[in-house]
Ligand binder design. Structure first.
Ligand SMILES: Cc1cc2nc3c(=O)[nH]c(=O)nc-3n(C[C@H](O)[C@H](O)[C@H](O)COP(=O)(O)OP(=O)(O)OC[C@H]3O[C@@H](n4cnc5c(N)ncnc54)[C@H](O)[C@@H]3O)c2cc1C
Length: 270
């Protein structure tokens, strides 16, 4: 039986300008954010020799820049250069990696590629206990976690090295290419239907991983609904930056401040 490519392929039948090509890959990954990138790195690191194709609707990391910096306002790029492209939604953050499963899972332990291994905020158990005590009395929970801080430029340099590493290792990255359909046949995922400015491509894959982040959550939800796939939403960390007067911060030792302030978990009541 031919794989079913969903309503999109049906819609495009007979449209000669919109030719459909087919590529084959052992592993297809949708999304070149941290989840997709570290899936590919993990496979390579284990010596997996299967072919890998990553489908990413945004740009390579070295081409990601927001026009707002030049023109002064958002010109609504499609897709948004801030939230899409190699390295995903946090590309323009300053790369604070929280070393706690309560906040960031185990991603920071996986970082290499020249990232500064220095960890902020270890020790100080007594001071942390005192802050925790005050937080509890203010009805707050202190999530005490050490942090690795890459820095804005450093994060992009790091991701540029990772991008090159993947390409050099033979990973096929399809940029400016959006995944539109997950192909399910007889209950088995057979691959994807993707689209770029040249038209539609069928990506036939032995295994498919969807890592589309928050940006792709609605689309992935609709895919699961369409194919009757059970799914649950993951937790969302919401960071709140609380700015307080220096007199308040002076009560917190400097080493702890560097840890608390970037993760924006410093309760105002402290
Ligand atoms: C402003 C900001 C600052 C942040 N700062 C930090 C920080 O300092 N420290 C930290 O640990 N975390 C930070 N985060 C959170 C971090 O960026 C996310 O947890 C992380 O990016 C999630 O990774 P992901 O791979 O799951 O998803 P994403 O990073 O969202 O990557 C998903 C990728 O999939 C692509 N995609 C989506 N749908 C499709 C489709 N249909 N076809 C093809 N491609 C698709 C998107 O273009 C995107 O590149 C920050 C986030 C933001 C927005």
């Amino acid at each position: 039986m031919r794989p079913r490519y969903g309503p999109l392929a049906e819609r495009n039948k007979g449209n000669m300008a919109d030719t459909t090509t087919t590529i084959h890959t052992d592993v297809a990954i949708v999304g070149a954010g941290p989840a997709g990138i570290f899936t590919a790195l993990g496979l390579l690191g284990k010596g997996d020799t299967r072919s890998i194709t990553i489908v990413e609707k945004g740009l390579p990391v070295e081409k990601r820049s927001c026009p707002k910096a030049k023109v002064g306002h958002c010109i609504h790029c499609q897709p948004c250069r801030i939230t899409t492209g190699f390295s995903g939604a946090g590309a323009f953050s300053d790369g604070k990696l929280s070393l706690s499963r309560e906040v960031g899972g185990d991603l920071p332990e996986l970082i290499g590629h020249g990232a500064d291994p220095h960890v902020e905020g270890l020790g100080h158990a007594d001071e942390v206990a005192e802050i925790r005590r005050r937080a509890i009395s203010a009805g707050l929970k202190l999530v005490d976690c050490p942090i690795r801080h890459l820095g804005t430029e450093k994060a992009q340099e790091l991701y540029a090295r990772i991008e090159k590493h993947l390409l050099d290792a033979g990973v096929n990255i399809l940029f400016e290419t959006e995944c539109e359909e997950v192909v399910i046949e007889d209950g088995v995922c057979r691959g994807l239907v993707v689209r770029n400015r040249d038209g539609e491509t069928r990506v036939e894959a032995g295994e498919t991983i969807v890592a589309t982040g928050r940006r792709g959550a609605s689309w992935f939800d609709s895919m699961c609904e369409e194919h009757g796939i059970g799914h649950v939403a993951g937790p969302v960390d919401v960071g709140v930056r609380v700015e307080v007067r220096n007199e308040v911060m002076e009560r917190i030792p400097i080493r702890i401040r560097t840890r608390c302030a970037p993760s924006a978990r410093t309760p105002a009541a402290l």
